[in-house]
Ligand binder design. Structure first.
Ligand SMILES: Cc1cc2nc3c(=O)[nH]c(=O)nc-3n(C[C@H](O)[C@H](O)[C@H](O)COP(=O)(O)O)c2cc1C
Ligand code: SF4
Length: 448
């Protein structure tokens, strides 16, 4: 996520000790209990069950009742949103990453999301990230076993960071040539390169399926590669991948088709899409709704998660709350601090936190789609979860509230909590370089 200048932190923040590799589990194939209360969470191209169309005369569904996400049985409708963990210094699953997701699973979410898995080394957005390669397979199997053992499902976010994340080994690419916010060169990806990326997404999805994952979340947001293709700000191509909405959607559609073929209904497929880029000349909501409808039409997605903003230019747009400028400055080498101070007002603009801040925009998508929509962004209270259900959203996804309190959902379910205690200070953003955590409760860096 946090890319640009801060990718350089990799040189300062070395990975630490040798990871212990766990043996590959046999795929647990754990089936979550399907019972008479299980309800499909909306239309699926596979089940073609019932439309998710919102009917105000129908009583809202219980967020804690079992339901389906495409072919997957879920114990409730609350998902752990991807929050990059920074726990893979060797680019494979670490014991710390397994513990992180085991805690989320034990805490009551229906499905946790491993974030972020790059489709290739060039697709990485930050240090200590997993990328798709053979050595990653065993650890992916182990994390699935751990999460299934707690009775939850597990997804992984799969993406190509494009121009986000300046890492020493990586070639930054985008739809068109340009510069990152720190002035580094971005090369225009060739059509051959596009073919390669499409194949890499399919290979990544196959790897996740073989490891026993229940779902793959395709990252189409946050100014990453696919998001940049959708964006009129960054996509200036004159070939069949640029210009019209249909052309700019072409890369995403190809990925959806290839991933759909690769997983062949054996796991759920979701996408995380920008509603707006939050930058001048970027993707706006009307075009984004068109994209969402095109993706729905492809017939591969089981749900769509809506986000906004991104790491190439305006990341606070997606978070809201305090802008952790001082904390970022503190972890930078002193030689970069002056430059950072000049860029900080652009990189870390201030957007005040509001509960469920993406709801007004997301509502417009929900009204236009029959695909289940996952509401994300500032969900901190049971009231917001219930409101999302009442408005016909299929699921909610929660990030920071669960970073702070992994057991929040279990406590909401048993009636002992109705809201989280996350203060939206956003200091956890900086912790991605030392093992992502709520630093208010766990100030010390993780050791690897
Ligand atoms: C520390 C941290 C890391 C994040 N990493 C990712 C990521 O890798 N991929 C992604 O799509 N979103 C990432 N996000 C954004 C969250 O998924 C979510 O969109 C955002 O935090 C807003 O939801 P919330 O208010 O429930 O936290 C991250 C958020 C945080 C706080
Ligand atoms: S550091 Fe903790 S309290 Fe602050 S935003 Fe992150 S999870 Fe919430």
């Amino acid at each position: 996520m946090v890319g640009g200048l801060f990718g350089r932190l990799q040189r300062r923040l070395k990975g630490g000790g040798l990871l212990s590799r766990r043996g590959r589990s046999t795929h647990p194939g754990q089936q979550l209990q399907r019972d008479s209360k299980t309800r499909p969470c909306g239309r699926s191209h596979r089940t073609s069950a019932r439309l998710a169309t919102y009917d105000p005369s129908v009583p809202p569904v219980d967020p804690f009742a079992p339901c389906e996400l495409g072919p997957v049985q879920l114990s409730n409708r609350i998902l752990k949103a991807a929050t990059f963990e920074g726990m893979s210094p060797k680019n494979v699953v670490s014991p710390q990453l397994i513990d992180f997701h085991r805690r989320m699973a034990a805490g009551g979410v229906a499905m946790t999301t491993v974030s972020y898995i790059a489709v290739s080394r060039d697709g990485m957005g930050a240090p200590a990230e997993i990328y798709v390669h053979e050595e990653a397979a065993d650890g992916l199997g182990a994390i699935v076993t751990a999460v299934h053992g707690e009775g939850a499902a597990i997804a992984a976010q799969l993406g190509h960071a494009g121009a986000v994340g300046e890492l020493p080994h990586k070639r930054a690419v985008g739809p068109s040539k340009g510069r990152t916010i720190t002035g580094a060169r971005v090369a225009a990806i060739s059509t051959g390169g596009i073919d390669e990326v499409v194949a890499q997404f399919a290979a990544g999805a196959r790897m996740l399926r073989d490891a026993g994952f229940d779902a793959v979340e395709l990252h189409f947001g946050h100014h990453y590669l696919v998001s940049s293709f959708l964006s009129p700000r960054w996509n200036k191509r004159r070939d069949e991948y640029g210009g019209t909405v249909a052309n700019r959607a072409r890369l995403a559609v190809r990925i959806l088709r290839e991933v759909g073929d690769a997983v062949a209904g054996q796991m759920a497929v979701t996408a995380k899409l920008n509603m707006v880029d939050g930058v001048h000349g970027g993707l706006g909501i009307a075009e984004s709704i068109e994209f969402a409808r095109i993706f729905e039409h492809v017939g591969v997605l089981d749900a769509i998660e809506l986000t906004a903003g991104g790491s190439r230019a305006n990341q606070m747009y997606m978070f809201r709350g305090d802008a952790p400028r001082k904390e970022f400055e503190e972890v930078l080498p002193s030689s970069q601090r002056l430059a950072f101070r000049a860029l900080a007002p652009v990189l870390f603009r201030r957007y005040p936190f509001e509960e469920a801040y993406f709801l007004p925009m997301a509502r417009r998508f929900r009204q236009q789609l029959s695909l289940p929509v996952i509401l994300l962004g500032g969900i901190n209270t049971l009231a917001s979860i219930n409101q999302a259900m009442a408005e016909g959203f299929g699921f909610v996804a929660m990030g920071r509230a669960l970073l702070r309190e992994p057991d929040l959902i279990a406590r909401m379910r048993d009636g002992s909590a109705d809201q989280g205690t996350c203060t939206h200070c956003n200091k956890c953003m900086v912790s991605i370089y030392s093992g992502t955590r709520c630093v208010l409760d766990h100030p010390e860096p993780l050791t690897f």
